[in-house]
Structure formats: structure tokens, C-alpha cells
Design a protein around this ligand. Structure first.
Ligand code: CA
Ligand code: CA
Ligand code: CA
Ligand code: CA
Length: 308
């Protein structure tokens, strides 16, 4: 998802970056969108209340060697502002993080019809104004399913936490060697995130937008920044296929009611026993209202589902 990508969906490598100080483009200029068909593995059509994600993990592998620095924590969007901008804040750690967000759509596109070869835009002209015209974008979902484009977080002053910041087996501030695998352990303790997963699993596909704000060019206002930006192997890359470096997605999800907690088709004492065991041991399976706390509301939810 980049305005001047001539071959969307079929490239062997993809990159993420920002174009500093340009009003022509989204801040999150080059986004790497990955699609995973889940329908074969997870039942579809159970409705928005029919799924509860317990954990979700995405991985991507970096192709380029020692061209950007490892930063495993979120950087405030104000730290990406020009140095002479009164709202600029210091970036306290070396490098810039790689982040993943849900995907939103516009101009007639949706989860159902957006594919990896869909065009960047069908409305507007990126040579005139490339902002807010991409057909698929990094997004924030509310619990009610309202979608906000977070591709311009600096200009829009949005500090929207991602699903995850990528981590790797490296030290902070280290140059990232080629073939480093980055892992996104997603935060699912958010009703909007649960809503996003339910929409995807109900349809049978999960899409994610991987973004980073590494500068694509040296800029006199903000300095040299990173030497370069991350480049990733795509699923089309034959070498990545052979060596297991294509993007991966793993998910643990409960489909249907938690009343049949042990998933044996019956509701009886064993469901109560297993729920209480998970609950008292703080296992994510028992966090039935997905707020990462274990309290009365989870027990109440279990009793409701068990008796209905
Ligand atoms: Ca950081
Ligand atoms: Ca940083
Ligand atoms: Ca049962
Ligand atoms: Ca809870």
C-alpha cells in the first residue's frame, strides 16, 4: 500500500517507511498489508459475538542487513515532528518501532472485496495529494465497529496504540541483521480489537497493516535519522518460502459460547471446574470479557453463558 507501487500484491519484498515533512503523503506512507485466510481453520459465520480471541501472533522476517536500528517500544507521534516544531518531543531511544494495526477500507472496498492486488486509490491523484485516498489503511476500531484511519497520526495528533510493536531477539538500539524475525504479540485486551477479530473471523480472513515511521530520505529539518527502513520478505518470495521466512499468523480463539467451556458438546460440572481452575490461575482463556483482569464480571459472564 504505497502510492507508487507498480506491482501491488506480487512483489518479492515489501517495505515500510514515512516520507518526512511531506504534505503530499500519509505519514505512514508505505504500509505492508498481510492477508490470512482463516476460514479453513476457524468456523465462519458465527456472528460478532461468536468469537473471543485469546491470543494472536504475527511474524515477519527482515530482508535487508544492518540498515535500521532495533526499537521494541512505541515512540510518541510528537517525536516524529520536525525539530523546529513547537510540538516536537524527544525520541528517548535509538531507532523507530515496527507496528501492526487493523485494516480499514474506503471508496467501495471492504474486507469482502479488497485483495492483495487491489489498487492504491480509485479516487484522487497521489501526484496532487496522496493523503487519505488509499483503499486500505492502518486503522483503529471502536467497540461498536467505527473505523478511524490512523495513516496520518502526526498531522492528526493521534496517539493510537498499535495491536503490537514488533520484537526480536536483539538488543535495543542494535542494527538489525538480515533474516531477523520480528514477532507481533498482539494486545487483545480491548473491545475494539475483539470486534475487529470477530469481523474478520466471521468472514474468514484476517488482514493486518504493518507500518513504521522510518524516514525514507534524509531531511535537513529532522536530521539523518536511520540509515534506512525495514524491507520484509513477502509470501511470494521463493527463497523465503524455502527457508521459512514468509509472514506467519497464529491465533487461539474460542468459537461459540464459553458455557461449554471444555468444548465437549455438553454443559456440566466439568465446565465449571475447568473455568474455575483457569480463572483462579489467571489464564487468558478465563478472561471472558477480554479486559485482562480476572474478577466478578468474568464469573458473571461464565454463569450467563453456562445457564443459557
Ligand atoms: Ca521506542
Ligand atoms: Ca525510538
Ligand atoms: Ca462441556
Ligand atoms: Ca476479565
Amino acid at each position: 500500500m504505497y502510492p507508487f507501487n507498480g506491482t501491488p500484491g506480487t512483489r518479492l519484498l515489501a517495505s515500510t517507511f514515512t516520507t518526512p515533512s511531506s504534505w503530499l503523503f500519509d505519514d505512514r506512507d508505505a504500509q505492508f498489508i498481510v492477508l490470512f485466510d482463516t476460514g479453513g481453520a476457524i468456523p465462519t459465520g458465527r456472528g460478532l459475538n461468536g468469537y473471543r480471541v485469546i491470543s494472536a501472533t504475527l511474524t515477519v522476517t527482515v530482508y535487508n542487513n544492518n540498515e535500521f536500528y532495533y526499537d521494541s517500544t512505541y515512540d510518541l507521534m510528537s517525536s516524529y515532528r520536525d525539530l523546529d516544531d513547537p510540538e516536537h518531543t524527544v525520541d528517548f531511544d535509538v531507532g523507530r518501532p515496527i507496528e501492526v494495526y487493523p485494516v480499514g477500507y474506503r471508496d467501495g472496498f471492504s474486507l469482502a472485496n479488497w485483495t492483495e492486488t487491489s489498487p492504491f486509490n480509485v479516487v484522487g491523484d497521489p501526484f496532487v495529494d496522496g493523503t487519505r485516498i488509499r483503499t486500505a489503511y492502518a486503522a483503529w476500531y471502536s467497540a461498536a465497529g467505527a473505523v478511524t484511519d490512523v495513516s496520518l497520526p502526526v498531522r492528526d495528533r493521534l496517539e493510537i496504540p498499535p495491536l503490537a510493536v514488533a520484537t526480536a531477539n536483539l538488543s535495543g538500539g542494535q542494527l538489525v541483521p538480515s533474516d531477523t524475525r520480528f514477532t507481533f504479540q498482539m494486545n487483545v485486551c480491548d473491545p475494539g480489537v475483539q470486534r475487529y477479530f470477530a469481523e474478520g473471523l466471521n468472514f474468514g480472513r484476517m488482514n493486518f497493516s504493518i507500518v513504521s515511521m522510518h524516514g525514507a530520505s534524509w531531511d535537513p529539518d529532522i536530521g539523518p535519522g536511520d540509515p534506512s527502513y525495514p524491507v520484509y520478505y513477502t509470501s511470494e518470495n521463493p527463497l523465503a518460502q524455502v527457508f521459512g521466512m514468509t509472514p506467519t499468523f497464529a491465533i487461539t480463539v474460542r468459537v461459540g459460547s464459553a458455557g461449554d467451556y471444555n468444548d465437549d458438546g455438553q454443559r456440566n460440572f466439568f465446565d465449571v471446574q475447568l473455568f474455575l481452575n483457569d480463572f483462579s490461575n489467571g489464564r487468558p482463556e478465563a478472561d471472558l470479557n477480554s479486559d485482562c483482569r480476572f474478577d466478578f464480571f468474568d464469573v458473571q459472564r461464565f454463569l450467563n453463558e453456562f445457564s443459557n
